[in-house]
Design a protein around this ligand. Structure first.
Ligand code: PLP
Ligand code: NAG
Length: 161
């Protein structure tokens, strides 16, 4: 939020999109568009009535009402504490397996860890298998990347996805 505010203050931010599942603890499926320009927001919302599903709105509404402002803020504080704890423990785990927890300064949300011991030349079966195992064990929010795949999005080619 701080970075978005700074970007808007020093440069230009028309609008930004945030997932409701990550920011408001509801099932995947909704997004909130934010902007510093209320007129622009009004224009965007007029493009959409009746087309999107109402279930995301209901989910967010119910969740926010039951949490209340204090409950929501409390969770944000808790997330900051858990981030340090996760970083510490994941770092230990990585060290135990001769892997590295990547140093990504200025990113207070996500972490990255190498999976060197699972990658063998041209064979990523074990790497993708780990993603599968995490999924089966209900570990959400993780993403295992083989670094050898290529993805095309519109006319852009992304290597190592
Ligand atoms: C969450 C996430 C997505 C998916 O966004 P949704 O709006 O939740 O569908 C895509 N890319 C990254 C990096 C994400 O963290
Ligand atoms: C994962 O979640 C499902 C649904 O809540 C549950 O039935 C299952 O036992 C969980 N699996 C593990 C390994 O915890």
């Amino acid at each position: 939020m701080h970075l978005i505010q700074e970007a808007s203050r020093k440069g230009r931010v028309d609008a930004f999109v945030q997932s409701t599942d990550k920011n408001f603890l509801v099932p995947v499926g909704g997004a909130i568009i934010g902007s510093f320009d209320k007129n622009l927001l009004d224009r965007i919302s007029k493009m959409y009535p009746g087309r999107a599903s109402a279930s995301s709105i209901m989910d967010v509404m119910i969740t926010l009402l039951s949490l209340g402002m204090a409950g929501y803020k409390q969770l944000i504080t808790q997330r900051k504490e858990m981030y340090s704890y996760l970083k510490e423990e994941l770092g230990k785990l990585a060290a135990r397996h001769d892997e590295r927890l990547l140093d990504t300064k200025g990113n207070p949300i996500s972490m990255g860890m190498t999976l060197q011991c699972l990658s063998h030349q041209h064979d990523n079966k074990q790497v993708t298998m780990l993603g599968f195992m995490l999924f089966l064990r209900n570990v959400s929010g993780t993403r295992v990347i083989t670094t050898t795949e290529t993805k095309h999005i519109v006319s852009y080619k992304f290597e190592g996805m």
